[in-house]
Ligand binder design. Structure first.
Ligand SMILES: C[S@@+](CC[C@H](N)C(=O)[O-])C[C@H]1O[C@@H](n2cnc3c(N)ncnc32)[C@H](O)[C@@H]1O
Length: 350
């Protein structure tokens, strides 16, 4: 299970149930991140358009939203065996993320470099490439030395960091093949055509995903970017700031997005720990549609659960609370249909 702040892994079954009751055949997950929600929608028989500004999310989308029965899994398995057997070869990851910073042990960093370079040498179609990149990201995530965000690494190696990097085949998600996209949700909103449901899960505070997951972005892009600071973040993290991470821009971005969407159904995830008050979001959505809100008690983000650590990796503080309330707003064409969708949709057991 890949470590990702704000992953809706636990909410995904409830969201898929809401979409199933809405009776939609297509949905757009406009801030897809790990693609967990898109996976659940797809498994419920819904055709998914999966979008995010991050290149790593698009790679995950190729593996989990687009890949279907036409993938030659025997060839994929042979390719993974080949990549797993490659000897390490020092490159950008080793130098930047193992020697300058310490996200991976050098043995694993050299293998990431060798595998990443080889992926670009093998003739692959877009889905195969996405499957191999996803396998590499997930393997790297299993041996990293972070607490789940890449704005820092532990001073003392995490025990898992000494495990050898091992590529595994990404699982096959059942359901219709969808489409991964990489771009700004607000731009895409007006181009959704006849998509019936949009799911919105934007960042809700100042913590930038581009900064928190820069190592994955660099592994996928393989563009050896200039970097800054002890965390060795890509320089373009500073330029690619999302309006959703800015207290002054986030509200207008959300309002603009909601007003451009023409999908009959809109489902919005919302945390009570973000910039906006739930009542304001509800009022915004009510301007356009009938709205119902479902409150879901959920564990807090991965960092809170892991605890507060000093740079030596020792636990130093107590996290104030480990659970928060996640709100899901469901907006649809008429009140009865919306109420039908949310009736009895209870928190998933967590
Ligand atoms: C809360 S996370 C989504 C988590 C996702 N639902 C999951 O289950 O993994 C927010 C996502 O929005 C993406 N993002 C930020 N600004 C964006 C924008 N303007 N357009 C599209 N995606 C954006 C981030 O890269 C991040 O993956």
């Amino acid at each position: 299970m890949i470590k990702y702040l704000g992953s809706k892994r636990l909410l995904a079954p409830s969201l898929a149930e809401i979409a199933r009751r809405a009776g939609v055949a297509s949905a757009a997950d406009l801030f897809a991140g790990t693609t967990r929600v898109g996976q659940a929608l797809r498994a419920a028989g819904i055709r998914v358009l999966s979008n995010d500004t991050a290149a790593y999310s698009q790679a995950l989308g190729r593996a989990y939203i687009e890949a279907d029965g036409s993938v030659d899994r025997a060839r994929l398995s042979t390719l993974l065996d080949h990549l797993n057997a490659l000897p390490g070869e020092p490159g950008y990851v080793t130098e930047t993320f193992c020697e300058r910073a310490r996200y991976f042990m050098p043995e694993n960093g050299m293998r990431i470099d060798a595998i990443r370079a080889e992926i670009d040498r093998i003739p692959l179609d877009a889905v195969e490439r996405g499957l191999l990149l996803t396998s590499l990201l997930e393997a790297a995530d299993r041996v990293d030395s972070t607490v789940g965000v890449q704005m820092a690494y532990l001073k003392r190696w995490a025990p898992r960091a000494s495990n050898p990097l091992q590529l595994r085949e990404p699982f096959a998600v059942p359901g219709p093949a969808g489409t991964p996209r990489m771009g700004d949700a607000n731009r895409l909103a007006a181009e959704l055509g006849d998509v019936e449901l949009a799911y919105l899960d934007p960042p809700y505070n100042q913590h930038s995903y581009a900064g928190n997951y820069h190592v994955w972005e660099t592994i996928v892009r393989n563009d050896a970017p200039d970097h800054y600071g002890v965390a060795c973040k890509r320089l373009d993290v500073r330029e690619r700031r999302s309006p959703y991470n800015s207290k002054t821009l986030a509200w207008d971005a959300l309002a603009d997005l909601v007003s451009s969407l023409t999908t009959p159904w809109l489902v919005v995830s919302f945390s009570n720990e973000g910039f906006h008050a739930p009542a304001d979001v509800q009022a915004l959505l009510e301007q356009r549609r009938h709205v119902a809100a479902v409150e879901i008690d959920a564990p807090r983000y991965v960092g809170a659960r892991i605890g507060i650590h000093n740079p030596s990796g020792e636990r130093v503080g107590r996290v104030s609370h480990l659970r928060n309330t996640e709100l899901v707003f469901v907006c649809g064409p008429d009140r009865a249909a919306v109420e039908e969708c949310v009736a009895g949709v209870l928190p998933v057991a967590v």
